[in-house]
Design a binder for this molecule. Sequence first.
Ligand code: 5GP
Ligand code: MG
Ligand code: MG
Length: 183
Amino acid sequence: MDSSHMGNDLDHVLFTQDQIQERLERLGEQIWQDYEGKDLLLVGVLKGAVLVMADLMRTLPGTVPMDWMAISSYGSGTKSSGVVRILMDLREDITDKHVLIVEDIIDSGLTLNWIQGNLRSRGPASLEICTLLRKPEAAKVAIDCKYVGFDIPNEFVVGYGLDYDEKYRNLRDIGTLAPHVYS
Ligand code: 5GP
Ligand code: MG
Ligand code: MG
């Protein structure tokens, strides 16, 4: 779905699909260099990271495996609950693997903080994070994130995998919603 199909639900576009692709290309180059000769496993967090994973992994100039986990953090609102539960676990044993978590967005950091702790207890060779978006002003815990696409203001964004009440994930761009959508 293009921004032009959003009617008056969209307030403004933050990043176009071209800007997102361009940034992912750069991140992919960096990741490929950093993990040269290492047993890399990309771990995506459903559902928001689906499009980041799909586009990021295709920038890599060689084959790389992926795995997924699903957790619950948000309900249908726009605030992090801080309550994390595994809905679907990884299929792979990550012991001694170089794990790179692929995420859509770091807001409070509570979700990733929990995921990091959970995965670290399984004994990976290394554990790093790649997130497309990060909201520095919203941080409640400090997250050491090695690869960041864009730092953004503390606003609720949708598109490119990110939803509001399961809607707008298929918007190609990333943008903010008009106030009337929330009320
Ligand atoms: P955190 O625990 O860092 O506050 O948030 C984790 C999850 O909340 C993200 O992976 C994402 O699913 C959701 N989230 C946080 N901020 C936003 C936002 O601005 N827009 C959308 N659509 N989801 C968000
Ligand atoms: Mg996410
Ligand atoms: Mg969501």
